[in-house]
Design a protein around this ligand. Sequence first.
Ligand code: PMP
Ligand code: GLN
Length: 401
Amino acid sequence: MKPTNSMLSGLPTTIFSVMSALAAEHGAINLGQGFPDTEGPVDLVEAAAAALRDGRNQYPPLTGVPELRRAVARSNARFYGISVDPNREVVVTCGATEAITASLMALVNRGDEVVVFEPLYDTYLPVLEMLGAVVRTVRLAPPHWDLPRATLAAAFSPRTKAVLLNTPMNPTGKVFTRDELEFIAGLLARHDAYAVCDEVYEHLTFAPVRHQPLMALPGMRERTIRIGSAGKSFSMTGWKVGYVTAPAPLADLVAKAHQLLTFTVAPNLQRAVALGLDKDTAYFERLAEGMRSARDWLAEGLVRAGFDVLPCDGSYFLIADITPLGFRGGDVAFCQQMVRDGGVAAIPVSAFYDPRGQNIPDSYVRFAFCKKTGVIASAIQRLQTVRERLCEGNVAEIRKG
Ligand code: PMP
Ligand code: GLN
């Protein structure tokens, strides 16, 4: 038989599914894949259920139901002062995942250069490769993941079509500062390039840090595609409702890509998400505040268990350094043993790097804290014996060998 698509044939199953399956197999507490273990707001669930019964179950409009497009526009105005035309500048997608792919499809021709930041979310590289983009990777360094400005400037060229930016950032928990965004904006303007901004954790930042969209910076409105996710803002990751805000000429192309990929999104979920986006500001503050206390609690438990914990200003995730535990064998082996022998699943941070790269850090592990208090408490309890169970035996084995 002739060979099938070479990129997909070589693509491993996503680490998130792999670790969730291992967690289920070993009965481990799953702090790997990032999904809340509570239901989202009851009124949204009820609205989605009611919307199934009132006779609007055929194909909704290509760019999304008007209620949701208008709510996305209002939300941009309320939180960031960005004024948006709901008829021409919003596209509703099947989650942010589709929005990212559709946005890159809208911009990239074969051979165009796209700048990305590493560590990076797992769909970025394969999609860029599929589109024939030339990827320029700029690596951020732990523990603070500050923007390496000279390296970033050097990654831009006359062929740079776009930068793909994720803030708040998965897996680092970094929230790009105003100053960093201004630096990126300067490069985009100088090189006449676009930005695709994956902002799915926009409402999950921890005081005093706040999310700032690149799109709100002077000169960026016409060259930025901004992406949000109802899964994250309303704690229902299975709904897969994403929304793109972009200037009309770009939104038009994102809509064309969406037409090829999925065409539309379940209308009842769209209508429920519209209600969600109109929730009062206190809802969004409570969501972030609950997540902040989960972060603090997990961080404290990880420190007690002997890990070094890196700072985290946003997202669902904390990164811990396993070096002080004395484990030999790297983050992948650590996570495989921890899920089996320690009863807790996490994600090796090396999975967020281009596997073809050099010197990929291998002592960092990502823990999700978007979990119930009792679940975090049980995980912390199990983590207290991880050093003993995984690392002391591991060192003895290495000595023997
Ligand atoms: N981008 C980032 C950075 C993510 O962490 C996720 C994960 N959920 C997504 C995009 C995908 O979002 P969605 O579930 O809305 O497709
Ligand atoms: N975004 C989620 C995470 O980082 C996972 C999404 C997925 O499983 N594809 O954990």
